[in-house]
Every structure is written in C-alpha cells, then in structure tokens.
Design a protein around this ligand. Structure first.
Ligand code: ASP
Length: 314
C-alpha cells in the first residue's frame, strides 16, 4: 500500500493510486462497521484530538466514531469555549496541544489555509476536516467511495455538481478528486455562485439545470452556504428553488439510474425537494454518511502507519 503522506490536507496532494489505496482500505472498514463487533486496535495507544473551530454535526461525530472504532483515545476540544475566544492565536493553541503529544489532530477552521499552517507547527499527523472555502478532503473521498460502490467504478462517469459552487469546499475537493479519477464534470449554478475562471479545471459550466443534468450518472447537490454570503447572490430562496432546486421533474433529465447526493446539512425546499432526498431508490445521502466513517478510519489508519514508521526510523 502506498500512501506517502504525513498529513491529509487536501485532495490536491493525492495521486490517483493513493486515492484508490485509501478507498480500498475504506471498503474493508465498511465491512467492519457492519459487523456485530465493530472494533479494531489499529490506533490503540494513539491519541486523537478533534479541534472544530466551526460548527459541525456529522463530520465531528464521524471522526469521533472512526477513532473509537480503531481503538484511539479520542478527545473533542470545545473550541467555542476555548482560549481562542480569550484571544489566543491558532498557533499558540497548536503549540500548547503539541506539548501534550497527540498523534492525530483533526481540524476544521473557517479560514482557508489555516489547517495547512497549523500542520507546519505540530509533530503529529493533521487531517483537514474542512478549511474555509478551500478543501474538505474526507468529504470528497466519502463521495468517491459512495459513487464507486453504487456505480461499480469511479472513472468515465458524467457527474453534475450543482448549486453554490463558489462558497463550497466540498465542490472544490470533489472537482479535484473526480478530475483526477478521469470523470466528466459539469458544474451547474447561477453565474453569481460560479467562481470565475473555473473552466480551467477542465469542467463544463451550465446555468440551466435541465441542460446541465442531461444524461448524467451522478447529481451532487450543494447546500446554499448562507453563512459565507454577504448578500446579493440570489434573488430569493423561492426563486432559487424554482431554477436550481432538484426535484423529480429536473432529475428526469439525468440518466434513469442516476444517483442523488448531498453532503449535508440539507436545506429542504431550497436546494433539494425533501421527498426526493428521502427516496431510497434515488438518494444515496444515508450511504454517504455511512461511507464517511469508513473513509475517516482508512485515512487515520494510513497516516498512523506513516507516523509510526517515521518515529521508528528516527
Ligand atoms: N458539511 C459540509 C462542509 O462542512 C457541507 C456544508 O456545510 O454545506 O463543508
């Protein structure tokens, strides 16, 4: 198995074969997670600290379960209540933590690049759980695993990513991952929510859902990231739903067996129709959550192997 990285900071650093290595290992962890006794001791004796500077429900829970199933000692730092609010800098917090010898540090931060910066200051493996609009690598990996299991492959598929592309780290990580795996990517959304110059990533851009969804295998919806908007991006939520909200009528333009994805949390009735989101024949949203735990177990397992190897060699 080759996965020569000290940290998991973004998909941009991963080669195609490393993505495959990680997904293959995650497939094994899906089996463990479905077994009666969900326990392994791969991370036994190691300390995992989760630092979430931004709210999170599923990602934090997923990393916590993943670490516990692998036998790590897991600690969640309540960053809202921490010294950060008293004025401590990110680097000071990192240095303090570092002195406690964690082995795996899982970090979410509202600023793009903050997790990379932190990784340069600590001696442990750092996993990016989402930094600003930059990257959310484990989300793209769990999406990749979900697609691969549902479609039987993760290449030469036609995949539409729809909605608020401009503010989305999920979109960015997925564009990079799906591109590396040689898929055809279509981005659909209003021009105000489309980053300028995005075509240079080798994607096709549409501002009309019915044209963009034509014959795609996968429809990936994104949350309208209201917290990252400073006004004026959409006329109204009602209008947005009318033009860009996914419902059965618009989905009919995709392939008959196209799957529907959403990273959560969902704004029902804004970017997706609630009934469609719950339709187990089309929506794989629950599978995405399940794959999230397996992918995070695989990522932490691979990084821990590298960490222990480096320490052994030192
Ligand atoms: N949960 C994802 C993220 O942290 C998607 C979202 O918040 O819309 O980026």
């Amino acid at each position: 198995m080759t996965f020569a990285h000290r940290h998991l900071l973004g998909i941009e650093h991963l080669a195609q074969h490393e993505i495959e290595t990680l997904l293959n290992l995650a497939d094994e962890y899906v089996m463990l997670n479905r077994a009666e006794a969900k326990h392994s001791d791969r991370l036994a004796g190691l300390t995992q600290v989760n630092m979430f500077f931004e709210n999170s429900t599923r990602t934090q829970a997923s990393f916590e379960i993943a670490g516990k199933r692998l036998g790590a000692d897991v600690m969640n730092m309540a960053m809202q209540a921490s010294s950060i609010t008293k004025g401590e800098t990110l680097i000071d917090t990192a240095m303090t933590l570092n002195a406690m010898h964690p082995d795996l540090l899982v970090v979410r931060h509202p600023h793009s690049g903050a997790v990379d910066l932190l990784a340069q200051k600590v001696n442990c493996a750092v996993l990016n759980a989402g930094d600003g609009r930059h990257e959310h690598p484990t989300q793209a990996l769990l999406d990749g695993l979900t697609i691969r299991r549902k479609k039987g492959r993760l290449h030469r598929l036609s995949i539409a990513i729809c909605g608020d592309i401009a503010h989305s780290r999920v979109a960015r990580s997925n564009i990079i991952l799906l591109g590396k795996m040689e898929n055809r990517i279509r981005l659909i959304g209003p021009p105000t929510l489309m980053p300028s110059g995005i075509q240079q990533f080798g994607v096709e851009v549409f501002d009309d859902m019915t044209r963009g969804l034509e014959d795609v295998d996968v429809v990936m919806m994104l949350r309208l990231q209201k917290e990252r908007m400073d006004g004026g991006f959409i006329p109204s939520e009602r209008e947005y739903y009318h033009r860009y909200g996914l419902n059965a009528e618009k989905l009919a333009f995709a392939k008959p067996d196209a799957i529907v994805m959403h990273p959560g949390p969902m704004n029902r009735g804004v970017e997706i129709d609630g009934t469609l989101a719950d339709d187990i024949n089309r929506s794989v949203i629950q599978e995405q959550v399940e794959m999230g735990v397996a992918v995070r177990m695989a990522a932490m397992d691979l990084l821990a192997r590298n960490l222990l190897e480096t320490r052994g060699a030192a």
